[in-house]
Design a binder for this molecule. Structure first.
Ligand code: HEC
Ligand code: HEC
Ligand code: HEC
Ligand code: HEC
Length: 241
């Protein structure tokens, strides 16, 4: 028979693993990201994703709701079958909760695409400072190891292809009511959609503090046509609260 200490040790290892896992998943809220990335923050606010919570309120998007057999007069903004895909990190640490609705994670914000930011945002500051001081670059792998997502497609799929018969292997209820069966315009094609400026923020030139793999497949294409961000940080570029 094994010594009780062996079991205790095993339990501690499992606990350390699980809690480490939870920490990696902690959502920050978009004001943290936007305070450094003002241009993207401002651009994001005019996208469809930024208005995702509005759509759940009564008497908005009535036509679309009727077509999808939803009740246009109903308030869906506290409905657990809806909220999950219209906010950041639903049910996860730091993420949106119906009984504790944080404004900074209401709507489809930065971390829904870039990954929960608690562990990697500090590396952005460090990497940015090192680059500014001495031109020293940091490997993107450092950020990816701390949960920054460079592929995007799986995150998009979890909201856009979460319905029966979508072909996405992760599909499980609650499903999106807006499927190609309701209207062909709801067909999700990643390579096209990720370039759609109705839903995606504009791209701004990076200095190049981060280098190497993983690099997003359209990164160079986006950077080639990226705008120059204004550096002024005017008051109207602050996030809402
Ligand atoms: C303290 C300031 C700061 C914070 C907070 C911050 N970042 Fe950054 N971030 C930077 C700097 C500096 C860079 C490097 C910019 C460059 O190369 O021009 C960067 C780079 C990036 C990049 C490009 C990385 C690459 O591969 O080149 C993305 C995407 C990004 N940040 C997203 C976010 C998100 C999302 C958050 C919130 C979870 C966030 N940042 C929080 C300062 C910050
Ligand atoms: C957390 C869930 C979620 C994630 C992740 C997500 N989306 Fe969305 N997306 C939505 C919701 C909800 C809307 C509808 C917003 C509204 O109009 O209320 C939307 C709208 C859009 C639209 C606009 C569709 C139209 O009718 O014009 C595009 C394009 C889009 N998303 C692309 C993407 C891409 C590309 C990704 C990944 C890089 C992505 N989305 C990630 C939930 C998500
Ligand atoms: C599995 C994720 C998911 C769930 C659950 C979900 N949605 Fe959405 N919702 C989306 C996505 C993705 C879009 C964007 C579809 C597009 O335009 O391609 C969207 C778009 C919408 C729109 C805008 C449609 C339009 O054409 O203007 C409304 C309204 C909406 N959702 C309401 C709801 C309601 C109400 C519920 C609950 C009954 C719900 N959603 C549940 C993912 C989801
Ligand atoms: C719907 C998905 C989505 C959302 C929401 C989103 N981003 Fe991005 N972001 C992207 C994609 C895709 C890229 C391109 C990545 C690349 O080129 O490496 C990108 C690139 C960036 C970059 C690199 C420079 C640039 O402009 O291309 C920064 C910085 C950034 N995002 C910050 C943010 C911040 C801050 C927010 C929230 C206010 C945010 N993002 C919200 C998908 C998203």
């Amino acid at each position: 028979m094994k010594h009780p200490i062996t079991y205790l040790f095993a339990i501690l290892v499992i606990f350390a693993f699980l809690s480490g896992h939870v920490v990696a998943e902690t959502f920050e809220g978009r004001q943290k990201c936007s305070s450094c990335h003002k241009a993207q923050g401002k651009s994001w606010r005019s996208t469809a994703h930024a208005k995702a919570m509005e759509s759940l309120k009564p008497n908005v998007r009535e036509e679309a709701k009727i077509k999808a057999k939803l009740d246009p007069a109903k308030d869906y903004s506290k409905d657990k079958d809806c909220v999950g895909c219209h906010v950041d990190g639903f049910g996860k640490k730091g993420g949106y909760a119906i009984d504790k609705p944080r404004r900074q994670v209401a709507a489809v914000g930065c971390e829904s695409c870039h990954g929960a930011g608690r562990k990697y945002r500090g590396e952005h500051r460090k990497g940015g400072q090192a680059f500014e001081r001495s031109g020293k670059t940091t490997e993107r792998k450092v950020l990816a190891d701390r949960g920054q997502d460079y592929h995007f497609e799986e995150s998009c799929n979890a909201c856009h292809l979460n319905y029966e018969g979508s072909g996405w292997k992760g599909a499980k209820p609650p499903y999106t009511p807006f499927t190609p069966e309701v209207d062909a315009k709801y067909t999700f094609k990643f390579d096209e959609m990720v370039k759609d400026s109705k839903a995606m923020h504009e791209h701004y030139k990076l200095d190049g503090a981060f280098v190497g793999e993983p690099k997003f497949k359209f990164h160079d294409e986006f950077q080639a046509s990226a705008q120059i961000a204004k550096e002024d940080g005017a008051a109207d570029e602050e996030d809402e609260d």
